[in-house]
Design a protein. Sequence first.
Length: 414
Amino acid sequence: MSTKKCGHYSGIGGQAVLEGVMMKNREEYAVSVRRPDGGIETKKEKYEGVWGGRRITKLPFVRGVFNFIDSMVLGMQTLTWSAGFYEDEEAEETKADAVLDRATKGNGEKVLMGLTVAFSIVLAVAIFIALPFGISLLFQNFVRNASLLAILEGLVRLAIFLIYVAAIASMKDIRRVYQYHGAEHKCINCLEHGRELNVKNVMKSSRFHKRCGTSFLLFVVLISIVLFMFIRVEQPLLRLGLRILLIPVVAGISYEVLRLAGRTDNAFINLISRPGLWLQRLTTREPDRSMVEVAIASVEAVFDWKAYLKEEFGYEFEEDEERDAPAEQEGLTGADSPAEQEGLTGTDSLAEAEGLTGADAPAEPENPAGTETPAEPENLTGADAPAAPENPAGADVPAQPDAGQEASPKGTAV
């Protein structure tokens, strides 16, 4: 089986927030939110992670654990910030808030966020680890084979996960968040398919991506089925404890598989990525143009997409039209002549302005600004890029696997 690198990996990832999108590129992230007044608010900061840039956070199969924790912490921070635009402005600080701030020396918000993340992890363990294990125990008198019992437990876990995702997707209030999730994917796909980042191109791009956090969670569920089959312990409590201890191992393996899926392209990788892409039909929705504008603002705050297109696809930009050209800075545009700046348009000459016509008029002045302006560069697409709904350059490209590719993990989208 041949393995080839994906030719176009941007390295950016993100997630949807309330009425906005967060994008992360290495240690920098930006959150863009559509304010109630219709404007776009963008915040850009650095986030080096819970453990900073220590070497252990970059080790294979270990980095996935830290990446997952960082995604949850950063996700909570950005979600809280975006929600602040839609909270009651008249809400006052409660006595409990004041006491917590005094007890934590002004770090009450960070403490609450940490407790929220910890509670979320405990709840996830209870729902997706303990509950399926408990249900499988009901069948141990009927299923004597330990491997079959572990598979049964895994299928119960998968069913609970799918029901959970479908239930969340059916909520009306979450629909707009999933639309912004789709806008995030579309922006990344737009760039990784070699298109300039604008609303028109983003709207044509796919809302499915192989590096999506949804795919990561599905990998966690599927890989856990395989690993838990090797736990052969008689005592139920010990078996449950070993499952909980293996969660970091499962997360680390799942991250490496997701990372490989985002950077390589072969039949096997595309095959194992398909379930995640199918599941994204529930966790993403088609955004409108205003949502895409917000996502673009977030991308542009942390990612130089023009430099990326130059390096990956050979784009040639005219450096912002030669910095708008000296003539434009003086108010002269295109073929406008000094006579036109005085109110003369078309082929009017100075002689015509003085009433001279026909043979008495001096020859019309030449166009000082040139008769033609350079043609704008075409949107070139890489030959290795997956196919998209339309090909701006008309170049032949290979078919895209299952409508697209997610989200990235150094910012795994959730």
